[in-house]
Design a protein around this ligand. Structure first.
Ligand code: CA
Length: 367
């Protein structure tokens, strides 16, 4: 073996010398084209570097840079840096920016059914949403919905089940919802409105001050990890669960169609693959961080953690599917809703005997 090893070393040395001596190759005229660097602008609906939601597009940009060996560089702008949060859709649609990151329910004003692609009250959780989008026909429908706007949607993060939110008024029964001014976007907001509350839509950057000044009585945001970073415990007393309105919110990346079509196939695959990786990574981050953040909120900041009463959840559930059904006003919207409801029905039946049965089996006290 020793001799064999020596022979290999000798052979390696011989090859190195041979290559070094092959000057004829380097003397040949170079025909390799210089590598083109493409620069994209990405606008987000999030404050810059907000944990998970805001860092996801930053991580996406780094991943695309590395995977493309620097051929596609994405510069990320937070809410207000280039455009306000709620103008991200139009900015990418018009080509002002090549890419955006946000949530589909922010576009409910122009596309009522879009909210389904972020989260549906009492609908699918994160695992189920990912299953529907990527293997249940959801992505094709989402692409069809955004096509007239020259936008390609991509799932790009998931919060998992959110918290019901921060309240400065106790919610002890359905009557406490009457006149409650709450920041809550999307379908959840309309359900709250239908249940008697006053739903207000505003980007994350305005929540703290609005709650502090009493302009709103309550707000939902995300979950402990994000809410702690936002400091919402400083301006609200009660922290309610569960997040019935956002049981597994998908965040979206949107790409301008012309910008995407101009990429080579390998760069297109990199954008899609990196976005899919970020989609899973955000859920993993929330799973790892939420619990510790909740303990900090309760133990160090004295937050009062409360469960929404059953009759309140029942009232919200009763009106939820009416509101969702009313979003389907045209043929495509009806197909999207039918696909969602069909998948939910089937996956729910299976999850009853898999995920739920397992969690109960793991700890019978939680049954
Ligand atoms: Ca939320």
């Amino acid at each position: 073996m020793k001799h064999f090893g020596k022979a290999l070393v000798s052979l390696g040395a011989f090859l190195l010398v041979s290559c070094g001596g092959a000057t004829s190759v380097s003397d040949a005229p170079t025909t390799v084209a210089p590598v083109e660097t493409i620069e994209w602008t990405l606008v987000t609906t999030w404050p810059k570097n907000l944990p998970a939601l805001g860092t996801a597009p930053e991580n996406l940009a780094k991943l695309v840079d590395t995977m493309s060996n620097g051929r596609l560089k994405i510069r990320v702008y937070g809410d207000q840096e280039l455009v306000p949060a709620f103008e991200v859709f139009d900015a990418v649609s018009s080509g002002t920016a090549q890419m955006g990151h946000g949530a589909a329910y922010y576009w409910r004003g122009k596309l009522p059914i879009a909210a389904i692609f972020s989260s549906v009250p009492f609908g699918m959780n994160a695992q189920e949403m990912n299953g529907w989008l990527h293997h249940g026909g959801g992505m094709a429908l989402w692409e069809e919905l955004y096509a007239p706007f020259d936008l390609i949607p991509l799932a790009s993060g998931n919060s998992g089940v959110q918290m019901a939110g921060w309240f400065n008024k106790e919610i002890n029964s359905v009557t406490d919802l009457e006149g409650l001014k709450m920041r809550i976007p999307g379908l959840g907001g309309e359900v709250m409105q239908r249940a008697g509350a006053v739903a207000v839509a505003m980007p994350g950057s305005e929540i703290f001050t609005s709650l502090q000044t009493g302009a709103i009585d309550a707000t939902e945001w995300v979950g402990p990890y994000n809410d702690l970073a936002f400091g919402l415990h400083d301006v609200a007393k009660y922290y309610y669960y569960p997040g019935w309105h956002e049981p597994g919110t998908t965040l979206e990346a949107i790409v301008n169609r012309q910008a995407f079509d101009a990429l080579t196939p390998d760069l297109q695959a990199i954008v899609r693959t990196a976005t899919r990786a970020i989609n899973q990574d955000m859920l993993d981050e929330f799973t790892a961080r939420n619990n510790a953040a909740l303990q900090t909120l309760v133990d160090e900041h004295g937050v009062e953690l409360r469960r929404l009463p059953d009759d309140v959840l029942e009232r919200l559930r009763d009106v939820a599917w009416d509101v969702i059904g009313e979003s389907a006003t045209d043929e495509l919207s009806k197909r999207i809703l039918a696909s969602y409801v069909d998948f939910l029905g089937n996956v729910q039946a299976y999850h009853d005997i898999s995920e739920r049965a397992y969690i109960e089996a793991r700890d019978p006290a939680r049954r």
